[in-house]
Structures are given as C-alpha cells and as structure tokens.
Write a protein of this length. Sequence first.
Length: 399
Amino acid sequence: MIDPHQKATRELTKLHNNRLVFTTIYNSQQVSRADVVRATNLTATTVSGVVRDLVTRGLVEEEGPTASARGKPPTLLRVRKDAYHLICLDLAKASFQGAIINLRGEILTQRSVGLDGRTGEAALALVFELIDSLLVSATSPLLGIGVGGPGIVDPNAGVVCRAVNYDWHDVPLRDLIQRRYHLPVHIANASHAAALAEYTFGRRRNTPDMAVVKVGYDVGAGIVLNGELYLGHGFAAGEIGHVRVVENGERCLCGNVGCLETVSSSRYIVRRAAAIARANPSSPLNQFAATPRDLDIRGVLCAYAAGEPALDPIVAEVGRYLGVAIAGLVGVLSLPYVLIAGSVSNFGQPLLDAIVQEMNARSLARMVSHTEVEIASLGSKIVLLGAAGLLLRNELGIV
C-alpha cells in the first residue's frame, strides 16, 4: 500500500523543484542546464527532468549551443515570454485600467474605463466590462487574472474589505471574477501590488527590504521585507493614507479628520490647483482644461512643467506631509529604500526634496541617511505590473 503521506511529500518536493528550476531560468535571460544545477543544488538528473517537463509545457525553450572553450557547447534555456498571457487590472485610479501582459512584464494591450463618479454595483460592472474588452485581445493561453484593488484587501479570501472611495464593503471580488471567467484570480491592495511590481520588474528588483509609497487618487504604502510582501494583521499594513497628520483638518472619505490622503492625494492637489485657476485667469493651469472644474492631475502636471509658480508651495506642502508619514515607516522598519509611485510622483525632485527635508526634521539623522528616497521606476503601469507579479508568484512560483 502506498503511504499517502509519502506520496504527498513527493508531490510537494516535485512542485518545489519545478518552481525552483523555473525561477532560476526566469531570473536569467539565458542559462544552461549546468548553470541551473549549480544555482539550485539539485542533481543533474532532477534538473534535466524538470526542464524536459517545462519544455513540453511550452514554458521554456532551448536555444542553439553557444561556443565554449572545450567540450560539447551547452544548450541554453530561456522562458517563452508569450507562453501565457496575463490579464491585469488596476482598480485604484479615477479610471479603471487593464492590460494584457506577457510573462516578461511586457504590456501588449491596454484599456481603461472611466468611473465618472460610479460606485458600488455600478463600479463593479465596470470591472467586468474592462475584462471583457481585454479577453478578445489575448493571443496566447491565459494564466489568470491579477488585480490591484482599492482599499483594504484580504488576498487570502480575495475580498475587498473596505474601499471607501468606491463604497465597496466586503466585496468577494475574486469569487465574482472566477465565477464569470473560470480563470485563476489573485488580488492584492494596489499599494502592495506596486511594491511587488518594483520587486519583480523594477530598478530595485529582488531588493529584499523596501517600501513603495503610492500617491495618486488615494495614498498607501506597500512593504517588502525579506523578499516577501508584508501584509500585517488584518492585511492593512501600509494604510498610511488614513493616518491623521493634520489636527482639526478636513474630513476624509473614511470618516476621520485630517488624514494624510486629504492633504497629499491627487484629488487634493487638483482641488487646490482649480482654485488657483479660478482666481487667476492668466494662470498656465487654464491652458490645460476648458474650465477650472475640468482640471485633472495631468493638466496640473503640465502647468507645473510650464512653470506655474503658484504650484510650488502646494508641492512642498504635499512633500512635507508625506515626509511625516514616511519618517514613521523608516523609524519603525529602518528601510534602505523608499520609492514614491503614483501620479503625484511626477512632480519629481522638488517633491523628493520636501519629503527628505521633513524626514530629517522628524527622525534620527543617522537613520534617514541610510534610507534612499527615490521615484519608482515603473511609472503609471506599476500596479498593472504588480498584478502580473501576483500571477507569476502564485501560479508559477516566481520569487
């Protein structure tokens, strides 16, 4: 009789070996079987068997042998980047974004649908509309659907626990999508997804400890510790957007007063800029919108690049408040890197300077000096790529 425990152990060992070998090939542009053996400490027989399986499944392909100093030249292996396509969603913007992405993080097709103030069931319907529009463009088998979601997300249950901007409470988003499309679905908070994107595809790829602070329509942080996303108790790690930084400040959508999001989000900046445009008809801000009411963050950024001086103190103020929150992150976690992402990051160096200045004022100088604060490398596609990272990690074991 076969011992079921032994069988389970063999299956787990096989899965571990498959993922280890595939990750090793994935993390190299080209690699020989012998190099994989050395990198994994697996036997040559085990590696050959796993590679044979990966080639049969179409995930890996062989390239012609390369020149070697002596002996038989090795055949190189590489990932077939279009073996699968991934449907990836960013649901934490003023308009929902979606893309088809290949295994190497290349965006092949991109779509968006405007929210136009819709919340609740109406906003949920837009998610399905977006996925439908992407499905028709996929030209390879689909690995699954990855989602960077708004608010507090339970990634284990696939539930959006609370997203105040969309009036979503305990929405079982993963199950709703799986039921409709019959594909694997993985979901994470958008800021957590942004951190995973930088870890998987960005300039700080495979940096074991860092935080990505995403500042856009909302504000949040994703934290990577020891190469793993840190979710915290209740999956709310990094919810800095709803930490109070202004006593007796403006009421936030969450119901509290003076939250970071009320003084640093793109919504706040646009509202301040619209007031400047109304007060000064000759402001460059009026060149980028039909009326001040029509301004969006893109128009504000264009006016800033055109030299609108009235925006300088707003950018400095936003940076100071972000510096307050980031000083707390660095003080607790002693992070070597903090990356600023989201639309507000496009204010660039002046924003960084204000952040670092406030961090210096609120933290030990030695601690801040060991932390590099920089703009994230992946731009507006960061959450989409984070959703891709979720699928690669959960479906193929890429770490």
